[in-house]
Design a protein around this ligand. Structure first.
Ligand code: FAD
Length: 410
């Protein structure tokens, strides 16, 4: 079952929802009851214009109803919800099967928060409301073919020409680049400086001449991410966030958000899938199998623990503005648990699990969904820093083990 909305905050354990949490829950429930039935069907995976429209329309509805940017400060158009309220919001959205964040992921969960922390007032005013309203979609141009885990080796170059940077180079694995309006891009602005010291963080409008986006088709059949080529792309110097050559520090802020609360929705979604699998197992007779029950029990306990960690991370982010290594623990465990969850889903579906062309299988769970979750869960152990890199972070920052040699960075 999806988790309860109880929050753990500042060491105080409450057994029920606070008044403000109850108010939010009731308001959201009644709004969702009227907003969800009128929604069109979600577009096909490769209908990118349709996906953008569907996700940004939903974002606009959230904005108009006062539910966009649930944790963002009011000054930037958000709701400034407490950690407990944020958790109630996420639970209700998942419980009611509201659309997920989709192509708004980068803008909402890490580019926007990075701008709030690091950008100038002009940059904030220009971008934050547009992200919240669903007017602007963002993507991330950090990784390169030879710079993933060792991101500081990036070579995409930005040369200063008066009031502009001229960018030349290549990025890869940029999620949703084909529908993005803006990208957060790391570029090398000083090739002679030590590698962490010569990087800058730029806002790049994706329609600028010289940008070529080439989608990459994945194992699931969808092109979630792209290669992005820059050929003498000119962007104003005023698009830089943070000082010139201080981009590595700004990127660390982005990562703290990317690994921190960005995966909270994934935990809630996984708990929802587990509940569907249990319902189907009981209906189909698979529940009689001791091994299946034991595996489901193990995963239920693991997701309960992940939900408790989520509460801790959300509380920490609310108090300090950022999540520490708890974000790496969450992401590491979540990636592994999500793979096991899809495996048990396939086992419970039995032969129907192989019917990946059939939508709407027994109990509403279909082979296509479970199989695509299995493939997508592999990516969870890579995107936003691989599981090995999360282990390095945990070893160094939580366990106090000796540091890795300096060439490893992400
Ligand atoms: C679903 C998904 C979405 C993504 N979205 C984006 C995006 O929007 N924008 C973007 O810029 N990038 C994105 N990425 C790219 C992602 O950040 C990189 O794939 C990731 O950082 C790993 O880099 P790499 O692929 O170059 O692998 P490599 O760094 O080459 O790693 C290869 C293997 O070596 C291991 N390894 C490397 N260094 C170490 C070390 N020091 N210690 C132990 N093991 C190590 C890795 O864990 C991995 O198993 C996405 C990736 C995925 C899967």
């Amino acid at each position: 079952m999806p988790p309860s909305g109880r929050a753990i905050d500042s060491g105080a354990v409450r057994l029920g929802l606070s008044e403000s949490e109850q108010e939010l829950q009731a308001g959201l429930r009644s709004w969702l009851a009227s907003a969800l039935p009128g929604l069109p069907d979600p577009p096909a995976a490769e209908d990118w214009a349709g996906r953008r429209r569907f996700d940004t329309d939903w974002q606009r509805r959230l904005f108009d109803a006062g539910y966009a940017g649930i944790s963002w400060p009011r000054a930037y158009g958000g709701r400034e919800a407490s950690p407990g309220e944020q958790l109630v919001f996420l639970e209700e959205m998942a419980r009611n099967r509201a659309p997920n964040i989709g192509v708004n992921f980068v803008g909402q969960l890490h580019a926007g928060p990075t701008l709030m922390a690091e950008a100038s007032e002009e940059q904030k005013a220009l971008h934050l409301p547009a992200i919240l309203r669903g007017d602007h979609v963002w993507c991330q141009g950090f990784s390169e073919p030879a710079a993933g885990s060792d991101l500081a080796s990036l070579r995409c170059r930005a040369t200063r020409d008066g009031d502009e940077y001229v960018i030349t180079g290549q990025k890869i694995w940029s999620s949703f680049a084909q529908v993005a309006d803006f990208a957060e891009v790391l570029v090398r602005t000083d090739p002679d400086a030590p590698k962490h010291k010569g990087i800058s963080w730029l806002i790049v409008p994706m329609q600028t001449p010289g940008i070529d986006v080439r989608p990459i088709r994945t194992a699931s059949g969808s092109s979630e991410f792209s290669e992005v080529f820059f050929d003498e792309v000119r962007v104003p110097v005023t698009n830089r966030v943070g000082a010139e050559n201080d981009g590595w520090r700004v990127a660390m802020v982005t990562f703290a958000f990317e690994r921190g609360t960005a995966f909270v929705g994934e935990v809630v979604e996984a708990m929802r899938l587990l509940a569907d699998i249990v319902a189907l197992a009981k209906q189909s007779g698979a529940w009689a199998d001791d091994g299946t029950r034991a595996e489901i029990g193990r995963l239920a306990a693991l997701f309960d623990a992940l939900w408790a960690l989520t509460k801790r991370n959300v509380s920490e982010a609310a108090h300090t503005g950022m999540v520490g290594p708890g974000g790496s623990v969450l992401k590491l465990q979540l990636a592994e648990a999500a793979q096991d969850l899809a495996d048990v889903g396939r086992r419970v579906l039995g032969p129907a699990g192989l019917a990946i062309d059939v939508v709407g299988g027994p109990g509403g769970l279909d082979g296509r969904h479970v199989m695509s979750e299995r493939l997508r869960s592999l990516g969870l152990s890579i995107g936003g820093g691989t599981s090995q890199i999360q282990r390095n972070v945990i070893a160094e920052r939580l366990l106090g083990l000796p540091k890795e040699p300096p060439w490893t960075s992400r």
